[in-house]
Design a protein around this ligand. Structure first.
Ligand code: NDP
Length: 370
């Protein structure tokens, strides 16, 4: 006989992804094609044709609800290559000087900002000002003030603001969240998050504070911060943190190499996490409850994601994360679908608030209350 747990582990992911509410209708107000929203395609321009932008564009080839129709780039040669590869109309291609004209372009519904972290804020404000939906990469901003301004600008413009939290649509991750919600794990007591890789080229923007806003925590540690929240289902009330730096030349002032941090949750659970640019093989989440545990490794790379409990593997489909993300985001923006775990500006603001507190805790040695 199948146990309740194995039933839950096998439950089709589509159930987990089903709409459970509605998004503010103002997002769609007055937009063309409102009558036939569920069949509409979200037409997206990617800003920043770098390594992740390319991955998203490739993944969008198999989307059913989202389509790449334009680009914003500072590199004319890339723009020309993308026009050819993705069959983009030249009038849908902009540079950083003229992209405010996108407001007059009826063939672009949303802009996906995939530039270095510190450039997200100004871009999001400009895109909102042009009346287009925004999808912004993580971290949404490099501080709390900017995040608040971005949320306010999108609200004022009546456009959606979503953040590229691809794990919020990943089938194994959703399955584990459902198991926790269904009480399969019992009361949640502990989360461990290990997020890191050994970063290469010392000249890259990720190691320049003015473009990155910070080091490993902003870039990769954010996965553990975010997962601690969606895995426990709670918001932390305090953080403590300790920083280690072995190479102050490669990791200058303002660029954290390794930070260990802890979080406390209102229900009594604690989280213990490691964020680092100094070592590979760190991509693991462990969630422990009174009745069972879930071990996920890999837990947030591009997949396939793997998870198991005491009862065996958590079965869920392996997908291309960005394909599912973009189709789901089309449903959120066009149909008002509500995802199981939010991917909006407020969700990002919470992570950024926690990361600011982690930096403060590491600098002061104090426990920071949230
Ligand atoms: P890349 O360096 O590969 O690409 C960034 C692109 O941004 C560049 O190619 C360039 O495109 C544009 N750009 C504009 N101004 C600058 C500048 N001053 N310096 C450098 N590039 C500039 O970075 P990634 O693609 O790896 O990362 C971009 C964003 O995506 C980051 O916020 C990162 O955190 C996020 N990311 C998210 C991932 C996820 O899984 N969700 C994975 C990887 C990254 P152009 O020449 O077209 O202007």
């Amino acid at each position: 006989m199948r146990s309740r747990r194995s039933f839950l582990q096998d439950v089709s992911l589509s159930a987990a992804a089903i709409s459970i509410g509605s998004f503010p209708k103002s997002y769609n107000k007055g937009r063309p094609g409102r009558q036939a929203e569920s069949s509409r395609i979200l037409r997206v321009a990617i800003m920043g044709l770098g390594s992740y932008g390319t991955m998203v564009a490739e993944a969008m080839r198999t989307c059913t609800r989202a389509q790449l129709t334009g680009v914003i780039s500072g590199t004319p040669s890339k723009m020309a290559a993308w026009q050819k590869t993705y069959h983009l109309e030249p009038e849908n291609c902009y540079n950083y000087e003229n992209y405010s004209r996108i407001k007059d372009n009826p063939n672009i519904d949303a802009v996906y900002v995939i530039t270095p972290n510190a450039l997200h804020h100004d871009a999001v404000l400009a895109i909102a000002g042009a009346g287009k939906h925004v999808i912004c990469e993580k971290p949404m901003s490099v501080n709390v003030r900017e995040a608040q301004e971005m949320i306010a600008a999108c609200q004022k413009a009546g456009v959606g603001l979503l953040v590229g939290y691809r794990m919020h649509f990943e089938p194994h991750t959703l399955q584990v969240i459902r198991m926790r919600m269904n009480g399969d794990l019992g009361k949640i007591l502990f989360f461990q998050g290990l997020s890191g890789f050994a970063i290469g080229d010392p000249g890259q923007w990720r190691l320049q504070k003015k473009l990155s806003g910070g080091g490993a925590l902003m870039d990769i540690g954010i996965y553990s911060v975010n997962a601690a929240r969606y895995m426990t289902g709670e918001e932390p009330v305090w953080v403590t943190a300790q920083e280690t730096k072995t190479d102050p030349v490669k990791f200058p002032e303002g660029i954290d190499e390794t930070i260990q941090f802890e979080m406390g949750f209102p229900g009594g659970a604690v989280a213990s996490c490691l964020s680092t640019y100094a070592m590979n093989h760190l991509d693991k989440f462990f969630l422990n409850g009174e009745m069972d545990f879930v071990d996920m490794q890999p837990s947030s790379n591009y997949g396939p994601i793997r998870a198991h409990t005491s009862g065996g593997p958590v079965n869920a489909p392996d997908v291309t994360h960005q394909t599912v993300q973009m189709d789901e985001m089309a449903s959120i923006l066009l149909d008002g679908k509500k995802p199981l775990v939010p991917v909006d500006g407020l969700e990002a603001l919470r992570d950024i608030t926690i990361m600011e507190a982690i930096y403060k805790a590491a600098a002061t040695g104090q426990r920071i209350m949230l």
